[in-house]
Design a protein around this ligand. Sequence first.
Ligand SMILES: Cc1cc2nc3c(=O)[nH]c(=O)nc-3n(C[C@H](O)[C@H](O)[C@H](O)COP(=O)(O)OP(=O)(O)OC[C@H]3O[C@@H](n4cnc5c(N)ncnc54)[C@H](O)[C@@H]3O)c2cc1C
Length: 394
Amino acid sequence: MTDLDEYSRKARAWLAGHPAPADPSVSDARALMAQLYDAGYSGITWPAEYGGQGLTEAEERAFQQATRDVTLPINVFGIGLGMCGPTLVSIGSEEQKRRYLRPLLRGEEIWCQMFSEPGAGSDVASLQTRAVFDGEAWILNGQKVWTSVAQHADFGLIIARTDPEVPKHKGITMFVIDMHDPGVDVRPLRDMTGQSHFNEIFFDDVRIAPDQVVGEVNGGWSAAVTTLLHERVSIGMGSARTDRPAAYENVAATAREQRLLEDPIVVDRLVDLYLRERSFDLLNARMSQEVKAGIFPGARGSVIKLLLAELTLYSADVASEILGPETVAYDSEENGKIARALAWGPGMALGGGTNEIMRNIIGDRVLGLPREPQVDRDMPFRLLKVGTQKEAEA
Ligand SMILES: Cc1cc2nc3c(=O)[nH]c(=O)nc-3n(C[C@H](O)[C@H](O)[C@H](O)COP(=O)(O)OP(=O)(O)OC[C@H]3O[C@@H](n4cnc5c(N)ncnc54)[C@H](O)[C@@H]3O)c2cc1C
């Protein structure tokens, strides 16, 4: 048995000994993170001096494989672990790493990521939330939207306009902000799954100390790209861990239960779904091998993110086509899961960058095809008529 096999065996044994509660709350998730941390399974590849384990991607993947068959209800930490933490590891100051990384890994502090605004989603560089330096602190005003888990968050990474006189990508700065500041107003939004996965947030004269700038002042665009690259890889490759309710096994089992497998069209659709899932899993495995070998996927993370979104939508489609109205008028836990997958699918094609934007990135940066035209790229932001700015001045 190799060291890695032994590592996997221990991880499986640990996970089996720590079953998730039936209806886990945020405090259950915090407690589970603390247990994972104490057992050495939180921040497996993060630097040891900031609370990580300092191990390799091989152990990380082995642990993720071990979690495939169990429920690990720590989604509320997903943004912190998958995006904010890795951004701080890459470009945070020494003080920021020392202050924030360990409590994140121990489940003491929840993080959110505030990029999107009502007038700036795909074109996030058009953002209008502003931070002005008053000689002592940055004063933040504006609005963000679609911010996942903000209703539970203690800290967040935010990007704000700090210089409107330069082109839009050049006058943005990234900050850490305290989500408990009285000037931060978080309002949950209900989505079509019936739950509140994300929020709108209003900022009213929030004071940010200069040492909370992440990276360089006005260098926030490259900081944001760092976060987004981590986000796409984390969403796409993290999918091994998530429970895909409309996955082949679930849909096929329900079709069998309902005696639908005699229909050759149903069988054809199931085979197609199976093949797409296998292709996705194989690409995922290949990228994991590359990561293990020290090759970060970079813009190619958009490929896996796009394929996961398409697979999620496709599997929900196949499920509803085969199972018919049962899918929404459900009376069993299994059909209920598929109904939720149907309602959740479209969100996968938006969050972390839309399918169209993923295709643009793949064309521009993976395949080297001609770039999308960007007529406003070199104009000072102040002169642009974008989003709510356009409405305000109309
Ligand atoms: C579940 C979920 C969680 C999210 N969590 C967060 C979060 O935690 N933090 C955060 O900051 N944001 C979050 N978002 C927001 C997400 O990043 C945005 O929804 C996304 O970037 C798209 O922006 P938009 O909604 O403003 O759509 P728009 O940008 O207005 O796009 C509308 C449509 O136009 C298309 N389009 C736009 N530009 C182009 C182009 N150049 N070429 C071709 N087509 C184009 C888009 O593909 C889309 O179909 C979340 C979204 C979802 C659904």
